[in-house]
Every structure is written in C-alpha cells, then in structure tokens.
Design a protein. Structure first.
Lengths: 214, 129
C-alpha cells in the first residue's frame, strides 16, 4: 500500500519527483509482493485452461457417431451451477471485507457460505458427470467427450482444491487469528476463487451455451 | 488515505476503501452486473429474435464483458500505480491465451480442411489417430 502522504501518482512513478519507481523506497511490502506472485500463478493456470479450451474447440465435432453436445447438456443445470458459483464468489468478497476488519464471526460465516455454494456447484457437476457416464457418454466414448471431461473436470478439480483450501483457512483463522500472514493467505484464496469463476464464465459460454444452440 | 474528505462512493472499485459501505457496494454492483450479463447470455442463447449465425459471437462478447466485470469488481484490477505490475502480467497472460486458442483453432481447422476428403473421414482420423 502507498504511504498516506504521497501526492497523486502517475504511471510507474510513486509521487515524489525523484522517485523513478525503481526502488529508492526499497522493495514493496509483502502485502503487495505475495498477491502478485499468486496472481502470476493464476494467470499461468489460465494459460493451461486456454490449451484445454483449444483442444475442446478442435475436437468438439469428433463424436465418432456418439452423443453430440445438444443431446447431453441441460441448460437449467448449468444456470443453477453458474448462479451457485457466482454467489459463492460474491460471498468470498464479503468474507475478505470482514477479515480486513478482523471480525471473526462474520469472516467464518461468510467463508462457510462461500464453501457451501461451492459445494452445491460441485455436487451438481458430479451428478451431471455420473449421469453422462451412466448413459454411455463417458470420457472414453469419443474424442469430444475426452476433451469435455478433461476441460470441465479440470475446473471441477480446481473447485475441489478450493473447498479444501476454504476449510483450511477457516481453521487457521480460528486458531491463529488475523495475523498478517493469515490475511495474505486469505487474499490469495480469494484471488484463486474469483479466477475460477472467470474460467467458469468461459466454460458455460463456450461449452454449454454455444453447444446447445438450436 | 484516511484523512481524505472523499465521498466514499467516489472511490474506484479496486482502490483501497475505508468505508464498509462503499467496499460492500463495489461487490454488490459487481454481482448485479455479472447476474445481468449471465441472464442476457442465457436469453441470447435461447431467443430466436437474433440472427442465428451471430448468436455465438454475441455470447463470446458477453462472456468477455463478464470477465471484465469480475476483474474490476471482484479482483480489483485498476489502472492505479500499485496495480501496474498486475495489469502488465494480465496483459501478457491474455496475449498467450489468445495466441494458444486462436492459433490452435485456426491451424487445426485448415489442417482438417486440407487433409480430410469428407467430414466423416476427418472425424475418423481425429478419432483413431
């Protein structure tokens, strides 16, 4: 965070005219550097997903005579999943607001509901996957289904990891209180969770909505 | 920041907020916009009021708009000085993502168009290697 006394800054410089922005104030604080490093990880994760999206787009018509997109996907399910994940992301933001003010009760309550809505999303997704496998539309059926399960399953795996992370953070906040390093971990978690919602926006548009166009 | 006489509402979504209300408001506005864009997406996908071939492109545009809403209101990406590194990293990430996706789709489309005698054959080739 900038010092409270600085003049309004333009571009890379930070206030005082002698400051080139290249460090006469020394390195940035950990509260800047740690989220930046995590942001880089999240962006590299998005590059990974872009490769999965690309292979899905390439293979989506390679159905080998098996089921095609419009026969498999149910828009109502997808709408509920989208809503659950969006609300989860929103409540995660509220949890960060509460954590910044060191309010234990509301931080825990909001984190719990963040996880709960994430769980709702995950249960619907797993139900969908099980239903597809049961009607013979598993990942081994066609190249289209292999790429579908890889792409959407990879997102689901991220959500699962996020749920474990929420549980861990609730326990850590409870046991260790609002120490700076715990706040930083919470911040990283919120970046991760919001980024997953961004990837889901791409999935529900490209896979489900465009896949079920008449 | 704390001594400023700023109206709390006048702070950009990603700037440090002091007031509980303005900070919450930023998330509420983000949620509202995201819900609106999601709703429009589902409507566009199911209506017949829009020229058919244009629907897919419209959906992609809506999705990109919603990603922007998430970046600004939830992830607090701004043009402020503390955010320069984050914005540059994001720009590089977006560049790579577009290179990978558009490059793959472009090349694979032409590969399939040039090699397969018919869509069915192309399908088999993709299936069985």
């Amino acid at each position: 965070m900038t010092n409270g006394t600085e003049a309004p800054a333009i571009g890379l410089t930070h206030g005082a005219s002698q400051d080139t922005g290249l460090g006469n104030r020394g390195p940035q604080s950990k509260s800047i550097v740690v989220p930046y490093g995590f942001w880089l990880f999240v962006l590299s994760d998005m590059v990974l997903f872009s490769a999965l999206f690309a292979s899905y787009a390439t293979l989506v018509h390679a159905t080998d005579g098996g089921p095609v997109t419009s026969q498999l996907f149910d828009r109502t399910n997808v709408a509920i999943e989208t809503l659950a994940l969006l609300i989860s992301s929103f409540i995660c933001g509220l949890a960060m607001i509460a954590a910044k003010r060191k309010n234990m009760l509301w931080t825990q309550v909001f984190l719990f509901f963040t996880g709960l809505f994430g769980l709702v999303f995950l249960v619907i997704e797993i139900t969908e996957f099980v239903g597809m496998v049961r009607i013979g539309a598993g990942p081994q059926r066609s190249a289209f289904l292999s790429s579908f399960f890889t792409l959407v399953g990879c997102h689901g795996a991220h959500v699962t990891a996020g749920l474990l992370w929420i549980g861990t953070m609730m326990a850590q906040v409870w046991a260790k209180g609002f120490q700076p390093h715990i706040i930083r971990r919470l911040l990283c978690f919120s970046i991760f969770w919001h980024a997953l919602d961004i990837i889901w926006v791409a999935i529900f548009t490209i896979v489900y909505l465009i896949g079920t166009l008449p | 920041m704390s001594d400023d006489e700023l109206e709390p509402i006048n702070v950009a979504p990603g700037e440090p907020h002091d007031s509980l209300m303005s900070e919450t408001l930023s998330y509420v506005v983000g949620l509202g916009l995201a819900l609106l864009l999601t709703g429009v997406s589902f409507w566009v996908a199911s209506t017949s009021a829009i020229w058919g071939p244009g629907v897919a492109m419209g959906l992609v545009v809506l999705a990109i708009a919603q990603m922007g809403v998430h970046l600004v209101f939830f992830l607090h990406i701004t043009s402020g000085p503390d955010n320069t590194n984050n914005v540059l990293a994001l720009a590089f990430g977006v560049l790579i993502v577009f290179l990978v996706m558009i490059g793959t789709i472009w090349i694979m489309y032409h590969l399939a168009a040039n090699m397969g005698p018919s869509p069915e054959m192309t399908n088999l080739m993709l299936q069985r290697g």
